[in-house]
Design a protein. Sequence first.
Length: 203
Amino acid sequence: MSAFTVAIDGPAAAGKGTISRAVAEHFGFAHLDTGLLYRAVGAKGGDPVAVARALTPQDLARDDLRSLGAGEAASRVAAISEVRAALVDFQRDFARREGGAVLDGRDIGTVICPGAEVKLFITASPEVRARRRWLETGGDTGAESFEAVLEQVRTRDARDMGRAEAPLRPADDAVTLDTSEMSIAQAVERAMAVIAARLGRGG
Ligand code: C5P
């Protein structure tokens, strides 16, 4: 199969990662979690533009990139246009590789791959997303209160949607899936149906 790009965008903890991994495995596509690029830039410290231009595979392999703090740092450096520009070619090359690719992020369908064969926008209410993050961080026995996680979700949403450079928004031709009331299995099934329909029309 030649190149086939699935762009999956949406806010934090809406289910993008889970859906992207499942879809990639099912269709045999390569998967790039583009949030990791911004997380790696934010986590490394120093001048974010220089770091983005010289990002290495080792930077992406750090084991602390999934923390709430790394997400917060990522969303700060992601607002810098030179940082975003430095990461464009890598993402576009990945998207057009042979055999198909799934990229998940905030601006894949709008900026990185406006010609993607499938665009999904995965969303859920801030409360539902905060609850998922809070449970991931240990819930009642974890270090974060639900209210603190909800506040972080709202702050990050506002920054990602309000920034001048590549703000988070659905592409005009994206299919939106609101996962607030869906199980993981239902959300994955809906996403797969959209992709299968597009592949069935001749890829
Ligand atoms: O998806 P994840 O939570 O890992 O992303 C961390 C942050 O990186 C986001 O809040 C967003 O500011 C930024 N990001 C972005 N564009 C992407 C992926 C992530 O601006 N394509």
